[in-house]
Design a protein around this ligand. Structure first.
Ligand code: AMP
Length: 185
């Protein structure tokens, strides 16, 4: 399967899982724009995309439902540079940081970055809230075949536990990018 990015990620590029979310306006359009903007980053490829899921809001219940998706990237960008690029893409698509966990046109979180664990004010990896969120774990399972260099996680068990209390449903098949397992052992 061929990657959907615009160019080679380069030698030493590392795998990254990111999650996308939107619950304002043209939600599917914002996810599509995010995929395109990430694929256009320097030294970055989008290797795989999960299907798009619709999920109920979690931390702050009184707001519209979200569309969520998880992507696997390969990038030569360092973690903080990638974070800043993600924040720039959010801002380019109307994101305002007003209410924590509140409505947003576009949210991009870095879930896992190959070989990196950190706990800083600006960046924490793995993402501190990913292990309990069905809207992250369920789509992440679909692209987990690309997990080279990632910590061992029992994603099936984590996702099953999260699904007991959080509803997620598929709304869209991924188009144009690989899904499922990677073609390597
Ligand atoms: P949010 O409102 O979910 O977009 O949270 C954004 C804030 O979380 C920013 O201040 C980031 O610096 C911080 N942050 C810490 N770790 C991460 C991560 N792994 N991915 C994205 N943002 C992160």
């Amino acid at each position: 399967m061929s990657p959907a990015g615009g160019g080679a990620a380069g030698q030493g590029a590392r795998r990254v899982f990111v999650s996308l979310g939107s619950n304002v306006g043209d939600r599917a359009g914002y996810l599509r724009a995010a995929r395109e903007a990430l694929a256009a980053l320097p030294a970055t490829l989008v290797l795989a995309a999960s299907r798009v899921y619709e999920t109920a809001p979690q931390e702050l219940a009184d707001q519209p439902s979200f569309l969520n998706q998880v992507l696997c990237l390969e990038t030569g960008l360092e973690p903080r540079d990638l974070l800043r690029q993600c924040q720039r893409i959010e801002a380019d698509h109307g994101r305002r940081r007003e209410v924590r966990f509140g409505p947003r046109t576009l949210d991009i979180d870095i879930l896992l970055y190959e070989g990196v664990e950190c706990d800083g004010r600006e960046l924490t990896l793995p993402h501190p809230r990913m292990m309990k969120r069905a809207f992250v774990l369920v789509p992440l399972q679909e692209v987990w075949g690309w997990r080279r260099g990632m910590p061992a996680l029992d994603l099936a068990a984590l996702a099953e536990a999260a699904r007991r209390t959080q509803a997620v449903r598929v709304v869209e098949e991924a188009d144009g990018v690989a899904q499922g397992a990677e073609d390597e052992p």
